[in-house]
Design a protein around this ligand. Sequence first.
Ligand code: 5GP
Ligand code: ZN
Length: 142
Amino acid sequence: MTACVFCKIVTGQIPATRVYEDAQVLAFMDIGEVNPGHVLVATKSHVEDVYALQDAQAAAVAQVAARVARAIRAAFAPDGLSVYQANGKAAGQTVLHYHVHLVPRHQGDAMAFTWPVRNPPRDQLEAHAARIRAALGQLQGE
Ligand code: 5GP
Ligand code: ZN
């Protein structure tokens, strides 16, 4: 699956700002969003959609998503957080590699969110990711 953007991120062929990684799951900053805390949690292996997701992968993604969500809450104190997953082209999925969106929300936000809106500079992404990583470490140590 050399054409898949997220597979290339997993192997390092395409740079991404990493938040968390283990044997099965990679969490990294989304580059094309209005929201600076927007994190994508993806399987490391190429799973096209929710239908193809194995139980262990589903559990692993959900666990990492919950932990990173708590870290985003600790780091940015949003009013809420959307856990979002497009599934299939007709549902708006643009990268056909299984992933969940973590999108911190603030009261002033529009209800519907759209992307991509802008490309935050890499150093800004790294600063956001560093805050989330620090919060993850803190929460893990509790
Ligand atoms: P989908 O539309 O499939 O639910 O979400 C795909 C997401 O991947 C989009 O939010 C898009 O901004 C993000 N994305 C696409 N290409 C890249 C990339 O090269 N790097 C990063 N970090 N995110 C990407
Ligand atoms: Zn892939």
